[in-house]
Design a protein around this ligand. Structure first.
Ligand code: SF4
Ligand code: SF4
Length: 223
């Protein structure tokens, strides 16, 4: 899922000064799963934001909605009346959903209520950890299903780096397992450790986010 975290309320207050009618919108999918932007969080944030604006000397009228998916045009279309009545929109969806709303209601300023942080799984209640960085050239087949791009602090293709702690954690973060230690362990368990001795060729990064905006075209789906 895509994870996100609330921005500080003070930052939202800074955005909203001068606005009077605010529409707060959430998304019932990924950001609901990570408890940042679902219906419950929208219902919690709306009065907090109203109170913070009141205390700032800039009272606002706030309405809210939680869309099934803020990244799909048909769901975004359902808030047309509320958007037309607002002079600012705050979205607590991921950055994808935010931009679709900003494009759809381009005359109304949109402000982010969250920071989009990662593509993660929920490892245990209250803990999400990265699994993918959308690098555009998946190497999981070479690394025993463990992603060194998103899960190694240095995105090493030929690890480990030599800094792995004695307890197997990453030298950069003591709370994060060295993913290359896990790769080695899985390779060993499968009797394929030798496959890691061969130095992997340079990875193709041209399809990664660093290569510029992506455009995926599927002719078979366009008719
Ligand atoms: S190798 Fe790339 S596409 Fe595959 S899981 Fe890692 S970041 Fe995602
Ligand atoms: S200790 Fe492991 S996970 Fe951390 S940077 Fe080095 S190879 Fe990557």
């Amino acid at each position: 899922m895509i994870t996100a975290e609330w921005k500080p309320i003070e930052e939202m207050v800074g955005y909203l000064r001068g606005h009077k009618k605010v529409l707060l919108i959430g998304c019932a999918t990924c950001v609901a799963e990570c408890a940042a932007g679902g219906e419950r969080e929208v219902e919690t944030l709306a009065p907090l934001l109203a109170m913070a604006m009141q205390n700032d000397g800039n009272p606002i009228e706030i309405t809210s909605a939680t869309l099934e998916r803020q990244c799909e045009p048909e769901f975004v279309a359902t808030i047309a009346d509320q958007a037309a009545d607002a002079d600012a929109i705050v979205s607590v969806s991921c950055g994808i959903g935010m931009q679709l709303v900003a494009d759809t209601y381009a005359d109304t300023p949109l402000f982010p209520g969250v920071n989009t942080t990662s593509l993660s799984i929920r490892e245990e209640p209250g803990l999400w950890t990265s699994r993918c960085a959308a690098c555009g050239d998946c190497v999981l087949g070479l690394t025993f299903g463990l992603c060194p791009v998103a899960r190694c602090a240095k995105s090493l293709m030929n690890g480990p780096c030599g800094g792995t702690r004695e307890n197997g954690m990453c030298e950069i973060n003591e709370d994060t397992p060295c993913i290359w230690r896990l790769i080695v362990e899985r390779a060993t368990a499968r009797g394929q450790l030798e496959s890691l001795v061969e130095v992997k060729p340079p990875k193709n990064w041209s399809n990664s986010p660093a290569g510029g905006p992506k455009r995926m075209l599927r002719e078979d789906l366009r008719s």
